[in-house]
Write a protein that binds this ligand. Structure first.
Ligand code: GLP
Length: 253
């Protein structure tokens, strides 16, 4: 089902697989329309199914990434890029090594830099220099974070170092050997950086995301729910499965 709410487009798909396919179609259309598209990419478990669909389309010869450029949302800090929990590693294993994107055209914030401020500013300048990415992919944390922009008194502007909340550290500990190994900080694109994207797509799946999705789309625009800033974006599409859309649909129906 497709809904429109205050200028936002919302697709509610039956399950995770259908949501992944619909989201992949949007990403693939972007690359087919513009061969040198600039993609803003996300990690987390939610987009994995979409990336698998993208890889399948590439293997079928339906899409060419040779001119595509990418900027990822975030990275833990500090972390070595060959650490299998780093987002550098995740992107390489999940997507980059399976398609013909040029490694030099892929960008992920550095978890190794000594000067986070300088590299963050360079990261933003590169994105601003492009006039924003063409299509930004987002997941959402249980607390409404996008990238690693946690609930805070004010919206984070540009890319920079952020402290992870206990809730995010605990949610992400499932990927690490123990909770003590989860880095306590990250480098993340800021909300202002994300808002420069020409198009934004946010994916969410499962019951655990139902409340935060309703708050993101229907609630107050507040830095307590960082994703609510997307209500101010002029071109945003949500890809939800029925479980993630459950609370939202009580109001939209
Ligand atoms: C991490 C990432 C986010 C992601 C979130 C949700 O914290 N920094 O970009 O959206 O997790 O992850 P998942 O999709 O696994 O629920």
């Amino acid at each position: 089902m497709k809904y429109n709410y205050r200028g936002m487009t919302i697709y509610v798909e039956k399950d995770y697989e259908a949501m992944s396919k619909a989201a992949a179609e949007m990403l693939l259309s972007q690359v087919r329309e513009k061969h040198d598209a600039v993609l803003g990419l996300a990690t987390g478990s939610t987009p994995i199914g979409m990336y698998q669909e993208v890889v399948k389309a590439y293997e079928r010869g339906e899409v060419d990434f040779s001119k595509v450029v990418s900027y990822n949302l975030d990275e833990y800090y500090p972390i070595q890029h060959d650490n299998d929990q780093s987002y550098h590693y995740f992107m390489k294993e999940t997507l980059f090594k399976h398609i013909n994107i040029k490694p030099e055209n892929t960008h992920v914030p550095s978890g190794e830099t000594k000067d986070v401020e300088k590299t963050s500013q360079e990261y933003d300048n590169a994105i601003y220099g492009l006039g924003g990415v063409d299509l930004q992919v987002l997941g959402i944390g249980n607390n409404g974070h996008i990238g690693f922009n946690e609930p805070a008194p004010v919206f984070a502007k540009g890319t920079g170092l952020v402290d992870l909340t206990e809730s995010t550290i605990s949610a992400n500990s499932r990927f690490f050997a123990s909770i003590d190994e989860v880095p306590k900080k990250a480098v993340s694109m800021g909300i202002a950086t994300i808002m420069t994207a020409k198009k934004v797509m946010l994916m969410a799946s499962g019951k655990a995301k139902a409340e935060i999705i309703a708050a993101t789309i229907l609630g107050e625009i507040t830095p307590d729910v960082p994703a609510s800033a997307l209500q101010l974006h002029r071109n945003v599409t949500f890809f939800l499965d029925e479980e993630a859309a459950a609370v939202l649909l009580e109001t939209l129906k």
